[in-house]
Design a binder for this molecule. Structure first.
Ligand SMILES: Nc1ncnc2c1ncn2[C@@H]1O[C@H](COP(=O)(O)OP(=O)(O)OP(=O)(O)O)[C@@H](O)[C@H]1O
Length: 312
């Protein structure tokens, strides 16, 4: 597993100023499930991942992999498989040669190269130069490299960035398979919709701080707003009854939206007043909405909507 304690990274931003990109965070990434590491751009995801992998030293605090500092590991590729930048591959080298070179320099038998090529479905193109690979193929090659040491912990930074739906589905299935095998799977993304389909557990970060550390289901019930949609022939009467019970009721075209009571109770209440109901639906905001709501205050760079304009 991965364990961070008071993990902090401070960068100097010029003119003598500095900021905490990662601000004293504590978390544990458990084996056997996919943990999504989610946050808006600039939240501190990559910096955290780089510290896990020993590529950046923490300013203070600690992070350990399988109980010790990763940088101190005698066989790093057998501890963690990481995909940080899928494009960091020599373009003139074939996929097979790239993996052979990595295996050789890490004391891994070259027979493993064929296995990982098969694992990611690149066997048929293994002799081609990596420079000619599509984004999706490059991503698969990066994942093949991560799997060379058959590691118990797998860390993937934005693995589906720029992939087509087929590629995204492949990464999702692959991550699930790794978790089902009992491995620790830690995947970053700035897209909630993607995580909703991939992760069992969520770690949400904003401005270097942990905003949520919970299961996907808990995240949903804690942060996704919900209301009951009511369609009824006597809409005004229904709104009056529900409003009279102190519920928050708003009218939208041919429906009313009720906050503060579950759908069966709303139905019972209207039935007591002999009001016919044509539709009664619990509507939840999407996970994307929930995520946006949670991280709204921690987004680094807000786009200016055209209507907001900039005063000259
Ligand atoms: N080497 C560096 N020097 C100075 N500031 C840095 C450095 N690396 C990152 N930062 C700053 O630290 C903050 C966190 O960056 P980081 O790349 O970890 O965020 P992220 O969540 O991975 O974002 P993205 O989704 O855009 O990749 C940002 O404000 C970034 O500008």
């Amino acid at each position: 597993m991965i364990r961070a304690h008071s993990l902090t990274k401070r960068f100097t931003t010029g003119k003598g100023q500095s900021k905490n990109a990662v601000d004293g965070i504590d978390f544990v990434v458990e084996p056997g499930r996919v943990t999504g590491f989610l946050g808006p751009n600039g939240a501190g995801k990559s910096t955290t991942m780089r510290m896990i992998l020993g590529l950046d030293a923490p300013t203070s605090g600690t992070v350990s992999v399988n109980g010790h500092r990763y940088a101190a590991s005698p066989a790093p590729l057998r501890e963690i498989g990481a995909l940080l930048d899928a494009h960091a591959i020599h373009p003139g080298r074939s996929a097979r040669d790239h993996l052979r070179w990595m295996a050789a320099s890490n004391g891994i038998p070259t027979t493993r190269v064929g296995e990982v090529l098969e694992l990611v479905g690149l066997e048929p193109v293994a002799g081609q130069r990596a420079g000619r690979f599509s984004l999706g193929m490059g991503q698969r090659l990066g994942i093949a490299a991560a799997m060379l040491g058959d590691p118990p912990v797998v860390v993937l930074d934005e693995p589906v960035n720029g992939l087509d739906p087929e590629g995204i589905r492949w990464v999702r299935t692959f991550a699930r398979q790794l978790a089902d095998e009992g491995r620790t799977v830690f995947i970053s993304s700035h897209l909630m919709s993607e995580m909703a389909l991939m992760a069992d557990h969520l770690l949400v970060i904003g401005r270097g701080r942990i905003l949520a550390d919970c299961s996907m289901t808990e995240f949903m019930s804690d942060h996704a707003a919900s209301y009951v949609r009511v369609k009824a022939p006597a809409l005004a009467d229904a709104a009056a009854v529900l409003g009279g019970r102190g519920l928050e009721v708003s009218r939208h075209d041919d429906e009313i939206r009720v906050v503060g009571l579950d759908a069966p109770s709303v139905g019972e209440l209207l039935f007591e007043h002999r009001l016919a109901v044509h539709e009664l639906t619990l509507v939840r905001s999407s996970l994307e909405d929930a995520f946006m709501g949670l991280t709204a205050d921690s987004v680094e760079y807000h786009a200016i909507a055209p209507s907001e304009g900039v005063a000259r």
